[in-house]
Design a protein around this ligand. Structure first.
Ligand code: BTN
Length: 253
């Protein structure tokens, strides 16, 4: 039990490991063996095979960043309310990072956290579905905190250190994240869907700005993000009219 935490359940059980392949994979193993308390956090300073979206890897230096997973039992309707879970986690992470920065922090659809055009955090949510409801979720969060340099070829990352030139205490940042994520999760459980959706759109990266996109078949086009539908589809206003995309069908360029 972590009594320093001002939360009801997120982070109250903090399972710390010296080294892990992936905190999401460890959460999967724990869920196969039993039922960890809701809000249990699986944490390591040394994740050596971090998993990202679309089968990508998540790399970062040891002891400098936050890599953790939260186990939740949302029991929300699937697929109807699935995207709301992505929204509230992004909102909690965005809000916490924004309190540390003087620049706008945005959510790039579906759930990357951006400082200007650079990614500071990635989120990987794995849901388990039973009877059209999300029975458990593994919410994996990676945040670049004190890392000052990144290798070439992994996109355009940034970190709190690069943005502010000051070092953050990782555990104190984790505590703040737990609190914010729990606050948004409770809004989801209370059914405050329109507030969640409005706040997500308020901070949506690229909304109403002309950007270039590429589809999986290689076609490049320009358009402006109109909104994200309740089912998570991205709608883009283009010269050919409004187009809708699923995650994996399109990339920002
Ligand atoms: C992405 O942007 O591609 C998602 C990255 C998610 C990385 C985090 S780090 C903690 C958790 N454990 C993993 O293996 N992945 C997530």
């Amino acid at each position: 039990m972590d009594t320093r935490l001002n939360t009801l359940f997120v982070g109250k059980v903090l399972l710390q490991y010296d080294r892990l392949d992936s905190t999401n994979s460890q959460a999967e193993r724990l869920l196969r063996e039993g039922k960890p308390a809701e809000g249990t956090i699986i944490f390591t300073h040394d994740q050596f095979s971090g998993r990202g979206q679309m089968g990508n890897e998540w790399y970062n230096d040891t002891f400098k960043n936050l890599t953790f997973s939260i186990i939740l039992y949302p029991k929300i309707q699937f697929p109807k309310h699935q995207f709301l879970l992505n929204q509230i986690i992004s909102l909690g992470v965005r809000e916490t990072l924004s309190e540390h920065l003087n620049k706008p922090v945005k959510i790039k659809w579906p759930n990357d956290i951006m400082v200007e055009d650079r990614k500071i955090s990635g989120i990987l949510i794995q849901n388990s579905i039973s009877k059209q409801s999300i029975s458990h979720s593994i919410v994996g969060i990676g945040i670049n905190v004190n890392q000052d340099k990144f290798p070439e070829g992994i996109g355009k990352p940034t970190s709190l250190f690069i943005e502010k030139k000051t070092t953050e205490d990782l555990m104190s940042l984790l505590n703040k994240l737990c609190l914010r994520i729990e606050q948004w999760y409770l809004k989801l459980k209370a059914g405050n869907f329109s507030e969640i959706n409005a706040e997500y759109h308020l901070h949506l990266y690229g909304k109403d700005e002309i950007k270039s996109f590429k589809t999986t078949d290689g076609a490049v086009f320009k358009g402006s993000i109109h909104n994200v539908l309740d089912n998570g589809l991205l709608t883009i206003n283009t010269s050919d009219g409004m187009r809708k995309f699923m995650f994996k069908e399109i990339a920002f360029i």
